[in-house]
Design a protein around this ligand. Structure first.
Ligand code: NOJ
Length: 738
């Protein structure tokens, strides 16, 4: 590994030999899947710095072209959205989504997911994943909630730290390490009304207090790259905001990697945000603000060259951006080893699949149980619901199943286990019968889509492609009586509800989070049978489940649990393990209640709508297992910042508790959240066992960002809460002064 000085020298030497055109090209990231092979190879010859969305031999061809046909032979880096496993490769291990992974409250699981993903991505010859998402998921209407680690800055930061360490490993030049990319910097999840990519409800102070912390943890973990957000702050596009991209990111947070825009952010200055007159103006604004690499705005190349030639942009601005990119290429030792080697044969290997299975189990979150679970001596189990046997919904976003390539709709690749298959296997082992019925479509096809499917082939190739995909999606017909008939003599019903891939992701925000289609009617019809009924949520996000929370016998949240998510649900239900997931996000009582998150700011009218409850159906941090935990004797020493608490397993099975620590600043110069998570730890307890849990806090945990945008600890009274969840009734409290 070269020293920093040696790298700096090499970078300056190379930079001094680059033409203006080569510098502009180095800043360009080419979307292979959009521009195609010919055009991509032309860009490789011009010296483009990076390509995205290209795999295997296609990527190798681009690399060889860059190395041997461009004037300076600078290697390119390949980026891909490998965000819960190397999911665009059909054979990869598929982990739970980021949101499901956050249910583990276990940064070690995030690290393992990162490590496995890195090995698989590197084995495909790629260098870089556009992950993790460090945006907060505070409004579930947003289509990309599943990509976040939930609503809390601290939990998100700890999971971020773990996954970045996993991706990048011990050293960036290792054959199985890849670059991580903290995105979307910043405020993407805080867009007004959760409408993807519009203006952001934020000030710089709020940005620093609430939204920077997870990104800061990415920097702490050495994250090599950041990706910018689509949005804007106070009418100013983030793409053109040097305060955000340079002062805060580099000077204050200490980021020393390179910064890539999101998809066409540069072009959007002209086309969507209307703050640049033309592409040249946009190129000047984007480059001067501190963007180093320009994703998919191919016009940037000519525009930047023209801007420098006409004196509108200093060449030094390009130099600085290229410096950041080349430094990373040298840190990865790309000039010696342009192609990542990975670990041949590791893609989807048993060890990686085991890791996905472990993560799936740890993410299972049991929210209600009136004693129905674990299932004992059942003779017949009825599994009902489309998502009980829909691997696409179980995988979630950014997998090959949800992003099929244009020429080939790839069928699901074994191995995976759906909820139905999980129950079938466990029932068979126990000599019990397992029956299945689909019940109803999670999302019935709109009439216009049905007409399109049934109509003739379309002339426009893209429209025809969409038609083909719609045809191949398996949307069942509603048959609630059939489901009731199937379930009527079962000892236990497992109803799986949720959403489908068409209901989340980019561009797919939802205004209505009620269970779609006939899912509630299906639930009520099954409930009327009066048979013990567990509801399992296989979905991208929290949905409105108030009635279910009240009347079901048990509720399990699995979100998008990855390839073994279904097996994990069945094993949890049969008590093969004691579930220990905790919610990283609140469940709204009603779509109109959103946003609803635990660390809101206090106000004097109680912050509630007159026709809705103030509190969510399920709160941040909630989750139970088959053993209850009790807390006693909380102590805190403000000299040493050590907190202790006694935790007892009051049940008759071993279990793991997530001990959660919150604080409240009683009086401060700015309005503080009613409660803020500052630490958590896991503790394993045998039945009846009590342990004293010691947690080392830091003075900075009690800090705020003041109106001068400085992080400070203000002297005064504080409250410290420790317990089982963010709910007051689950927490012990002590007060102290700093
Ligand atoms: C746009 C998305 O916002 C971003 O998350 C993703 O990494 C890029 N496209 C590349 O696919």
């Amino acid at each position: 590994m070269l020293t920093n000085e040696a790298i700096q020298q090499k970078v300056e030497d190379l930079l001094s030999r680059m033409t203006l055109e080569e510098k502009a090209a180095q800043m360009v990231q080419v979307p292979y899947s959009v521009v195609g092979r010919e055009e991509s190879l032309r860009w490789a010859e011009l010296g483009a710095g990076s390509f995205l969305h290209v795999l295997g031999d296609d990527a190798r061809e681009v690399q060889q072209t860059a190395l041997h046909k461009s004037r300076l032979g600078i290697p390119v880096i390949f980026g891909i959205d490998a965000i819960h496993g190397h999911g665009l490769n059909t054979e990869a291990a598929i982990f739970p989504s980021q949101l499901a992974t956050a249910c583990t409250w276990d940064p070690a699981i995030a690290e393992e997911m990162g490590r496995v993903t890195a090995r698989e991505v590197a084995t495909d010859g790629l260098h870089w994943t556009f992950s993790p998402v460090c945006c907060l998921g505070r409004d579930s209407r947003w289509g990309r909630i599943d990509e976040t680690f939930g609503e809390d800055p601290y939990l998100s930061g700890e999971m971020t730290y773990g996954i970045v360490r996993g991706y990048q490993g011990e050293s960036l030049d290792a054959p199985d390490s890849i670059l991580a990319c903290a995105k979307h910097y910043i405020g993407y999840g805080e867009a007004v009304g959760a409408r993807d990519a519009v203006d952001t409800q934020m000030t710089y102070r709020k940005m620093k207090e609430v939204f920077i912390p997870p990104f800061q943890r990415a920097v702490d973990a050495g994250c090599a790259t950041f990706m910018t957000a689509y949005g804007s702050i106070d009418g100013h596009s983030f793409t053109a905001d040097p305060k955000t991209l340079k002062t805060i990111l580099r000077d204050e947070m200490g980021f020393d990697g390179f910064l890539v825009t999101d998809w066409n952010n540069c072009g959007s200055l002209v086309q969507q945000q209307f703050v640049a007159e033309d592409m040249q103006d946009a190129a000047v604004q984007a480059a001067e603000a501190g963007n180093d690499m320009i994703m998919s705005t191919m016009e940037y190349y000519d525009a930047a060259i023209r801007a420098v030639r006409s004196g509108k942009l200093a060449e030094g601005v390009l130099d600085e951006a290229v410096r950041h990119i080349l430094t990373m290429k040298f840190r990865m030792n790309l000039f010696e080893q342009p192609e990542k080697k990975g670990v041949p044969g590791c893609i989807g290997c048993q060890a990686h699949r085991d890791a996905a299975y472990r993560a799936g189990k740890r993410s299972i979150t049991l929210l209600k149980n009136n004693g129905m679970l674990p299932l004992k001596s059942v003779k017949k189990v009825a599994v009902i619901g489309q998502n009980a046997d829909d691997i696409q919904s179980q995988y979630g976003d950014w997998t090959y199943l949800t992003h099929p390539n244009a020429t080939d709709f790839r069928p699901p690749h074994r191995p995976y286990v759906t909820v139905k298959e999980g129950f079938e296997a466990l029932c068979a082992e126990r000599g019990a019968q397992c029956v299945y019925h689909v019940g109803c479509a999670v999302r019935p096809l709109p009439p216009e889509v049905i007409a399109m499917i049934e109509g003739p082939a379309l002339k426009d190739p893209v429209a025809e492609y969409i038609r083909q995909i719609a045809m191949k999606r398996n949307t069942p017909a509603d048959d609630i009586p059939g489901a009731v008939e199937t379930a009527k003599d079962a000892d236990a019903i497992i109803l799986v509800v949720g959403d489908t891939i068409d209901q989340h992701g980019e561009y797919k925000d939802r205004g209505n989070l009620d269970l779609s289609g006939q899912q509630m009617e299906l639930y009520r019809a099954l409930r009327a049978l009066n048979i013990p009924l567990t509801v399992v949520l296989v979905s991208s996000k929290p949905l409105c489940m108030g009635e279910i929370a009240e009347t079901a016998d048990a509720v399990i949240v699995a979100f998008n649990g990855g390839q073994y998510g279904g097996q994990a649900v069945a094993e949890a239900a049969f008590g093969c393990f004691n579930p220990s997931g905790r919610l990283p996000i609140s469940f709204p009582a009603h779509s109109g209640q959103l946003p609803v998150y635990y660390n809101s700011l206090p106000g004097w009218h109680g912050g509630r709508y007159m026709d809705l409850p103030r509190t969510p159906v399920y709160a941040f941090g909630e989750g139970i297992g088959y053993a209850p935990f009790t807390y006693a004797n909380l102590t805190f020493d403000p000299e040493t910042f050590i907190a202790t608490v006694e935790v007892t397993n009051a049940g008759d099975v071993a279990g793991e508790e997530v001990v959660q620590v919150y604080m409240h600043d009683v009086v401060a110069s700015v309005i503080r959240p009613v409660k803020q998570l500052i630490a958590f730890t896991r503790v394993s307890l045998a039945p009846g066992e009590t342990k004293t849990v010691t947690i080392q806090l830091k003075r900075d945990d009690f800090s705020l960002v003041n109106r001068e945008e400085k992080r400070v600890v203000e002297p005064g009274e504080f409250e410290l809460f420790i317990g089982h969840s963010s709910k007051n009734e689950d927490l012990l409290k002590t007060t102290f002064r700093l």
